[in-house]
Design a protein around this ligand. Structure first.
Ligand SMILES: O=C(CO)[C@H](O)[C@H](O)COP(=O)(O)O
Length: 226
């Protein structure tokens, strides 16, 4: 089964968790897009809180009524993809540059379900470079502070994320530095060190946030708990 078919299966399985009347956090990325499509197909009376402009426009196109995070007191269920799923459902997210809105929506949610293809499930986090969202003002200085932190963790300096048209700018107007590592030995310590840097808005380590993972595999969708 292709990775895309596994993503689709996990998205469709997650859509079955949604009940009428729920406020649902809508993740970002290709796997989350399968969830949004499957949710729209169920035609339930729900409201979606999108984690990016891209997801908002997909949900709008498919007729899912939307709310912003400001409009709701809490979110019943959020379903979102990940770049890596490690031990205890620790995650790396932010490959799609949406980590800040994603984390805000996740933290406002009663239940968070991560969906992915089988290749995302890893023994140790870090093969996928860790995205760090940084305020644009003075970001080269913040980038140097991040390089100092990387050195403390024996990691190479993070790199500013670029696209064909120049620097990648997030929906919140910030930039992204990607910290390649190979393996993150102490995710909690790294998370705390990154958060302490002025100019860092947040990072893609989602620790103790996922309640459940639904992973598409060749043998079907497998449910994992932390
Ligand atoms: O964190 C994310 C966006 O910021 C995505 O969930 C992550 O990049 C996974 O994307 P995909 O489902 O396309 O593999």
């Amino acid at each position: 089964m292709s990775a895309d078919a596994q993503k689709k299966a996990s998205g469709e399985a997650a859509a079955l968790l949604v009940e009428p009347g729920m406020v649902v956090g809508l993740g970002t990325g290709s796997t989350a897009a399968w969830f949004v499509k499957a949710l729209a197909a169920r035609k339930l009376d729900v409201r979606g809180v999108p984690t990016s402009e891209a997801t908002a426009s997909l949900a709008r196109e498919l007729g899912i009524p939307l709310a912003t995070l400001d409009d709701v007191m809490s979110i019943d269920l959020t379903v979102d993809g990940a770049d890596e799923i490690g031990p205890g459902l620790s995650l790396i997210k932010g490959g799609g540059a949406a980590l800040l809105r994603e984390k805000l929506v996740w933290e406002a949610s009663k239940r968070c379900v991560v969906i992915a293809d089988a290749a995302k499930h890893v023994k140790v986090l870090g093969k996928f470079p860790l995205p760090i969202e940084v305020v644009r003002f003075g970001h080269p200085h913040t980038g140097r502070r991040l390089a100092d932190i990387a050195a403390e963790f024996d990691l190479p300096p993070p790199r500013l994320r670029m696209a064909d048209r120049g620097i990648v700018v997030t929906d919140g107007g910030n930039v992204i530095y990607d910290m390649a590592s190979g393996a993150i030995a102490e995710p909690a310590a790294l998370a705390a060190a990154l958060k302490a840097v002025t100019g860092v808005v947040d990072h893609g380590l989602f620790l103790d946030l996922a309640d459940e993972a639904l992973i598409g595999t060749d043998e079907g969708v497998v449910k994992l708990l932390p």
